[in-house]
Design a protein around this ligand. Sequence first.
Ligand SMILES: Nc1ncnc2c1ncn2[C@@H]1O[C@H](COP(=O)(O)OP(=O)(O)OP(=O)(O)O)[C@@H](O)[C@H]1O
Length: 342
Amino acid sequence: MIQFKNISKHYTLKGQTVHALKQINLEIPEGSIFGIIGYSGAGKSTLIRLINLLERPSEGQIIINQKDFTALDAKTLRQERANIGMIFQHFNLMQTKTVAENIEMPMRLLGYSKIERKKRLDELLSFIDLEHKRNAYPDELSGGQKQRVGIARALTNHPKILLCDEATSALDPQTTQSVLDLLKKINKEQNITIVMVTHEMDVIEKVCDHIAVMEAGHVIEQGSTVELFSHPKHPTTQTFIQTVLQQHLPTNILKQLENQHHHSIYRLQFLGKSAQEPVIQSMIKAFDVSLNILFASMTEINGTVIGQMFVQVLGEATTVKAAIQHLEEHGVSVASQAGEQK
Ligand SMILES: Nc1ncnc2c1ncn2[C@@H]1O[C@H](COP(=O)(O)OP(=O)(O)OP(=O)(O)O)[C@@H](O)[C@H]1O
């Protein structure tokens, strides 16, 4: 587990102080894929760089598996850092070195023997599926291949933690997906905790099991991905989630309904089991109401299906109320959107 305890970080530049992080308290569970999302300048990169103490906090402690990293002497910190790998948006490969030499570099610095280096290099090249590029230079690789080399280099010393700073932001969607698949595989097969900084909600949606949302140096909301996707509280979280899962009825549809305020519009949310049950059908059978589906979207997060449906429920007011109650009793979250309030 990685713990941030009352972490603050400020920079002083030309007499001006920037408070990059303010009183952060955060726990990153072991074995998780933890996403940190926020707009530019929120403090994400500063936060991730504190984990391996590339930056030192101005206040507070970083505790990793009960060890206070902020209190370690330089030599112990160097040893501990070898258990933390890091990958970057622009890959940070050495242009004058081949793929093999880039991957071998950390092993040279850590004093691996030639035989050990060769063995680990072969394992990693096979793992990232780039044996055929062993002697290629970074210039001869695609973006996705460069990031795979970055990942292999980060994994050389069998780290327990992998830090990813906007690791897929420079890649196209298809390549992003293949890098995310590789990260998922690393997490699952090697039980490596992955901490991922991104400004893209669809990256979080695809791989993360936990999220922290940052704004102006604060963590404004945190929780499991399913929790935050289904019940985002802070408006900024809602805005991020809106990019992948519709939170409000699209305005063009709302406009078309302008003259129909007498009909109730509801947002129905189906989570997990309720997404697989025919609750709508049972409601229509049991109550004298009809349903007009205005908009629907669905997503899957770590095996949990989240569905949203914007509907008009038409019928006599008390019947509509009873029908809505039926949905709620069957695990559907219902929120009135416009017109008559439930
Ligand atoms: N070395 C530094 N010196 C001075 N100010 C800094 C330094 N590093 C970061 N900051 C400031 O701290 C704040 C947080 O920056 P940070 O890079 O952590 O944000 P971010 O969320 O990662 O943004 P981005 O997505 O644009 O990288 C910003 O106001 C930034 O200007």
